[in-house]
Design a protein around this ligand. Structure first.
Ligand code: GLN
Length: 312
């Protein structure tokens, strides 16, 4: 594919970077106090190819926490180690049409709508705790270790800051416990969830993680599978329908790729069979997605003809 050679990709990355470089729209999140300290000027783009080669532009040294970008990986780990049936027992796979912090549960079994919203990710954390106990976080780290070659450091300031102010997530997990939806101790569930949210990456880590999903679990440039293909198919399906919360429909039309955002300003998109894209820019739009991240993905998808339903 001519458009996907490293030279072409670098050209497009640079071009998109230049167009958006001075776009300062959006705002920093303040409900997690530490995240409001991010440098609003930071902007970085990265693409990881099948070969494992990564191309990047901008403030690539900037570090940020995974936040909701950790959710697809927690979900994948649960599917792999707890099984599809157990996972289906605690979380649905329906787009909610609500924001990421929606407290809505279904009427029958009180299951959250999907594993990409906080309530769903908390249900997954409960399952991981039940299965792995005190080793649950390490299990997730093992997955990152396989793909990135190292455990991810924890940003202790972000963890403490969020833990201190997590009134809404605390309410959600206590409510689910009260309804008998989750079995584990609510504070331990919340702790595991906030720990995964506080893992720290750079933009090139994120595009490599996205590329691994894009390649059906195969690590870029290696023959090793980090995750089973069937698990990744499920994760990408849910990312496509639910990853961008209440703007998932617009995203499907304008970008047409499975994706996930984090409130730290990271955004990843997976182009199946081809490559992984990541953007870091901490100023957020009204949905809680990186403002420049959304625009950059729209431009790259159009320029590189990545929309899944764009037929040649
Ligand atoms: N830790 C954040 C929260 O629970 C994650 C949300 C997000 O990144 N959208 O609110």
């Amino acid at each position: 594919d001519q458009t996907l050679t490293p030279e072409h990709l670098m050209h497009h990355l640079q071009h998109v970077y230049n167009i958006l470089r001075h776009d300062a729209a959006g705002s920093l999140p303040d409900y997690i106090p530490e995240l409001s300290q991010a440098n609003p000027a930071h902007f970085a783009l990265s693409v990881t190819l099948k070969s494992g080669q990564t191309l990047q532009v901008g403030d690539c040294e900037a570090r940020f926490t995974l936040q909701s970008l950790s959710k697809p990986f927690g979900y994948a780990l649960a599917l792999q180690t707890c099984g599809q049936d157990a996972v289906e027992g605690v979380v649905n796979t329906e787009p909610s049409g609500d924001g990421f912090n929606s407290i809505r549960l279904d009427e029958g079994k009180f299951r959250p709508d999907n594993p990409m919203v906080n309530a769903g990710a908390l249900a997954i954390s409960s399952l991981l705790l039940e299965r792995h106990g005190a080793h649950a976080l390490q299990q997730l780290q093992n997955l990152f270790q396989q793909i990135l070659g190292r455990d991810l450091p924890t940003d202790a300031r972000v963890f403490t800051s969020e833990n201190r102010t997590a009134h809404r997530n605390r309410a959600i997990v206590h409510l689910m416990h009260n309804l008998g939806m989750v079995q584990q101790d609510p504070e331990q569930i919340l702790r595991l969830y906030l720990q995964q949210c506080a893992l720290q990456v750079q933009v090139q880590d994120l595009s490599r993680l996205a590329a691994t999903l894009a390649l059906g679990g195969k690590i870029p440039g290696q023959t090793l599978q980090a995750l089973p293909k069937g698990v990744v198919r499920q994760v990408l399906s849910v990312m496509f329908s639910c990853g961008m919360y209440n703007s998932a429909g617009e995203w499907a039309c304008k970008v047409g790729l499975p994706a996930k955002s984090g409130v730290s300003g990271g955004l990843m998109a997976a182009s199946p069979g081809k490559l992984g894209i990541a953007v870091y820019s901490p100023l957020l739009n009204a949905y809680g997605h990186s403002h420049r991240g959304v625009l950059a993905c729209q431009m790259l998808a159009r320029r590189l003809k990545l929309h899944l339903f764009q037929l040649e």
